[in-house]
Each structure stands twice: as C-alpha cells, then as structure tokens.
Design a protein around this ligand. Structure first.
Ligand SMILES: [Zn+2]
Length: 364
C-alpha cells in the first residue's frame, strides 16, 4: 500500500552514476507503455558501455519481477532495480501513477513522495442515531474499522410530563452513544497515526460525538458533511475527500505564508532551489514546499556524489567535470527523507513561482 512504502529506506539507496532504473506504470500495461522511452534511454547511454550494460540488466530484473508477480489488477506499479547495487523492488499501488522510466543515481521517489503527501490516511466518522461506522481511508479506499450501535430513537411527540421524561432519556442515550464513539475514534487515531477526521451523517449525532472528543482529537476534525447514510459508500467517500482536500489546500497556503513570513523576517525560512537544497543537505529543513509541476534540474557528481542545484558543468564541491543532470525535486525529496523532513507539493502560488518554485521552513 502507498502509505506503507518506506521512502527513507529507498532514499538510502544510492550509487554514484546512473545506476538505478525506476519504472512507474499501470499494472495492466506492464513495461510495454514505456518502450518508447526505454529505447530513448538506450540511445542516450550508447556512449557509456557500463551504464548501458547496467541499464539492460536492471530492466531485465524488473521484467522478471513483473512476470513473477501478477500485477495486472493494480492501478499503478512502481519498480526500482539496479544490477550494480544488487537490488530489485516493486510496489503495487491502488492508484494510478504517471508513466515514467528514469535512470539515475538513486531510486526516483518524487512521484511517490507526491502521492504520499496528497493521500494521507484519514478517518471518516459516518454517524446517525442508528449506528456509527468508523472508516479508515487510504488512497481512495475505505475500510470499516469499527461499528457502534446507537439505537437512539427519533423525536416523538408525547406531550406533558412524559414528553420531558422521554426527552431526558433520549439525551442520556445520545450522550452515552457519543461517548462510546468518541473513545473508539481516539483509539483509531492513535493506531493509524491519523491527522484528519471528516464527520458525515446526521447533525445531531455528529454534535453528540464531538462534544465527547478530547480537544487534541477534536482539532483534527476538518469537515462536517450532512449526509444520508443510506446512500452509497462511494458517494460518502467522495464527499469526505472534498473536505479533506479543502483542508489540504488550506494547509498549503498556511505553510507558504509561514515560509514567506519567516523569510521576510530573516528568520527560519528560505526560498529558491539553491538555498532550499543546501539547507536540506545539512538537515536544516523542517518542511519544504514545492510547485508540483516544477521542472527544475540539479547536478549529480560521479566523483564526490554531491548534488547541487541547477544544470552545471563542474561540481561545486570537488570541481570535477564528471557530472550529470538529475531531477531537482527528486533529489530534494531524497535529502528531506534522509533528514526526517517533509515536502508539500502544491498548486501554483504566484509568489512561490517568482522565487523559484521551492522554499522551506527551517529548523534553525
Ligand atoms: Zn564532486
């Protein structure tokens, strides 16, 4: 599953030349959709026998793994192999991935980092007075983790004293029910490390549950959507994703504002590809922001293995000419993984574009 892919482990793998082949494709297509690109890479590597040999052998490893595992049913697959470094790995994913075939010094993790950033696991609380279902959602797939029976009756007109007794009893029932659900939510949030909760269903029930949530859990609630729970789960998940993405987009704006304020105040913020990558390399970055479509280049050095921003002819660290271009955001994502920092891929923000598509909040 996407969220279980350990990007840090992948980021730790690296060679000093174009040693690693990374392939992203639809499970039903296999490598066939990348054959044009495959030939292109082969042509480009024609003047480097070692790199070409490693490319062919690594590709064969990937092909063998595809034949071994049946991946046709998966929406997306990503695979990494390096004959020279002696590893081959594949990850089936329930979501589509962009078709990509890349050869570089390390596994190309940018698409995975972007998907993990976009599709964090979250919790749907689907509640009405009859019952509440708690669903953990990962990559558009919802799994029911827990169900609590409510059995709170609807309002009934009885009149007089018996009406008051009835209402009191009903309030008590609703209170107990809300309390029981809130405890289950608290447990699941801990178990799945959940940052967002979306409530859907009946207003009265949602309110009763939220009243019992501890503050730090209530703070994770990002949406309340009135919804008739007799409708399909697919509709419900779609509705919940709307709240989820609204909150995600708000969070991106907040992060950019923080980075901007910190940078303007000469505080803990930086902008631009060079500054951000240099900060990431020494573990100064807490959280980076990057325009998701940015096509920035970086340069890797075969001699000292340093990575620098921009397309350079010489390595700024050791002055070697033995350098080659790589994808900047992939290199940045890798440095961030290795230093336990995160990256947030965002839609276009005007000021961010002006300062070079990337920036970061710094730790010190
Ligand atoms: Zn160097």
């Amino acid at each position: 599953m996407l969220q279980n892919i350990d990007l840090r482990e992948l980021a730790e793998i690296r060679g000093n030349s174009r040693d690693v082949v990374s392939a992203y494709f639809r499970g039903s297509d296999g490598l066939s959709c990348l054959s044009g690109r495959e030939q292109h890479i082969r042509d480009l590597l024609a003047d480097d026998a070692l790199e070409l040999e490693n490319f062919e052998a690594s590709l064969a490893n990937i092909q063998a793994l595809i034949e071994e595992e049946s991946l046709e049913s998966y929406a997306g697959v990503c695979m990494f192999s390096s004959e020279i470094l002696g590893f081959t790995r594949g990850y089936p994913i329930s979501m589509e991935v962009p078709n990509r075939l890349v050869v570089g010094p390390a596994p190309h993790i940018r698409p995975l980092a972007e998907l993990q950033d976009e599709y964090e696991t979250f919790l749907i609380v689907a509640a009405d007075n009859d019952r509440t279902r708690l669903l953990v959602v990962t990559n558009e797939i919802a799994e029911v983790e827990s169900t609590v029976k409510g059995g709170v009756k609807n309002h009934v007109r009885k009149g007089g004293w018996s009406q008051q007794r009835y209402e009191r009893r009903r309030d008590e029932q609703l209170g107990h029910y809300g309390d029981e659900v809130s405890e289950k939510i608290t447990t699941l949030v801990g178990e799945h490390d959940i940052h967002r909760i979306v409530m859907v269903g009946s207003q009265e029930t949602m309110r009763a549950i939220e009243e019992h949530l501890p503050q730090q859990i209530a703070d994770k609630v990002v949406g309340h959507e009135p919804f008739d729970l007799h409708q399909s789960d697919d509709e419900m998940v779609q509705l919940a994703y709307r709240s989820y993405f609204e909150d995600e987009r708000d969070g991106e704006q907040d992060l950019w504002q923080q980075i901007k304020n910190q940078t303007l105040g000469e505080g803990r913020g930086c902008t631009g590809p060079e500054e951000t990558l240099e900060a990431a390399k020494i573990g100064r970055v807490e959280e980076a922001i990057a325009f998701r479509e940015a096509r920035l280049k970086a340069t890797a050095c075969k001699d000292c293995e340093d990575v620098a921003s921009g397309e350079l002819q010489t390595c700024p660290a050791c002055h070697s000419h033995n350098v080659f271009p790589i994808d900047y955001l992939d290199a940045l994502a890798r440095k961030l993984e290795l230093t336990s920092a995160s990256i947030n891929f965002v839609d276009e923000i005007k000021a961010l574009t002006k300062v070079g598509h990337v920036g970061a909040l710094l730790r010190y």
